[in-house]
Design a protein around this ligand. Structure first.
Ligand code: NVA
Length: 351
């Protein structure tokens, strides 16, 4: 199939040549109004006291984050990649939401299918609807594309109830129970027909079962055993840089556990060799400094990396990658890095 004849959604790994992508926009982003139990479970402890649910991030921080997102989008456009952007200037404060800068949490491409997250956090429930509907409308004009929208049943606000009937699988480890499907799509990484996921404070067994039900024929999910009491999003724990080479956070996952998954059994697996440090400013309010692994691979040879992170740039280069530096610290401050800020729509895989 030539590139122009590929469906508008056609991607099932993290490294094949990227041809189309969504890049988020911050909008009038605010600290998400998540329940206190959830904030405590998932946020860096040093910032919990600075976390002000529902309050906007500082306007200067947002202006800089928007400029970084625009610059990142321009880099991708200059590479010939089709870039879709969500609605500009959305007032997430008025909507009691969060931001449109982190679409990886809410959308996942699997083959020609795009799956919308069943977000656990009520403040994110309408994020895709509000920010990304026009993109989904455009993509759905291609009859070959299937979009799995979040169903009404996944809006039930029961995940933190202590006395729900089906409370057995997650209650002890995670903040959420199993009373309805919950998952953020950023708890999953795509390796062709195998998708590797993690349970977390936002992804439960019912959520994994839900995805399994909708996956196109031939795809399967395997769950990674991750040592992370604050787990929320797998994309600062593992990152495939190309077919056969994966980098990982050794404080959260072991090589043995990674090799337990047949798709990775013969891969080169490299533990990140340093302890990443958070910048003093702007603060990483919502994530750990392991965002150094939250990079966007363009084609198995090139990877977009935070411009000031010379340590990571040198390390990726030592692994044979060419790094494209892009300033992204202000986006990092509001919740994620290049992987979080994007959704792969088309990757031109040979499979
Ligand atoms: N919650 C994880 C992943 C962020 C993308 C972390 O903070 O490392």
């Amino acid at each position: 199939m030539t590139i122009s004849s590929l469906p508008l959604v056609h991607a099932d790994d993290e490294w094949s040549p990227l041809r189309a992508v969504v890049v988020g926009r911050a909008g009038r982003a605010c600290f998400p109004s998540a329940p206190a139990k959830m904030i405590k479970a998932t946020m860096p402890s040093e910032h919990v006291s600075r976390f002000q649910p529902g309050n906007p991030f500082h306007a200067k921080l947002i202006a800089k984050a928007e400029a970084e997102l625009d610059y990142f989008a321009a880099i991708l456009c200059a590479e010939g990649i089709t870039v879709y952007r969500p609605e500009p200037d959305i007032d997430w404060v008025a909507l009691n939401g969060y931001t449109g800068a982190m679409p990886r949490d809410g959308l996942m491409s699997v083959g020609n299918m795009l799956i919308e997250a069943c977000f656990a956090w009520p403040c994110r429930a309408k994020e895709i609807e509000i920010g990304f509907s026009s993109i989904l409308d455009d993509l759905s004009k291609d009859q070959r594309v299937q979009i799995v929208r979040r169903p009404e049943s996944a809006f039930a606000n029961t995940l933190l109830d202590d006395n729900v009937a089906d409370n057995t699988t997650t209650a002890t480890t995670w903040a959420i129970n199993n009373s309805r499907p919950a998952f953020d799509t950023a708890d999953f990484m795509r390796f062709g027909c195998t998708i590797i996921g993690q349970y977390s404070h936002v992804t439960n067994q019912a959520g994994v079962d839900y995805i399994r039900k909708y996956l196109p024929a031939g795809y399967s999910i395997e769950m990674l055993d991750v040592d992370d009491p604050h787990a929320m999003h797998i994309d600062a724990t593992i990152l495939p840089l190309r077919d056969g080479l994966l980098v990982y956070n050794p404080t959260k996952v072991t090589e043995t556990e990674l090799r337990r998954h047949a798709v990775l059994a013969s891969w080169k697996l490299h533990a990140y060799p340093y302890t990443p440090k958070a910048p003093s400013e702007p603060p990483l309010y919502m994530t750990s400094p392991w965002l150094c692994l939250n990079a966007l691979v363009l084609d198995g040879k090139r990877v977009v990396v935070e411009a000031s992170d010379h340590q990571t740039i040198q390390w990726y280069e030592s692994l044979g990658m060419q790094c494209i530096p892009c300033p992204f610290k202000h986006v990092n401050s509001i919740g994620g890095s290049f992987h979080c800020a994007t959704v792969d729509l088309v990757r031109e895989s040979s499979a």
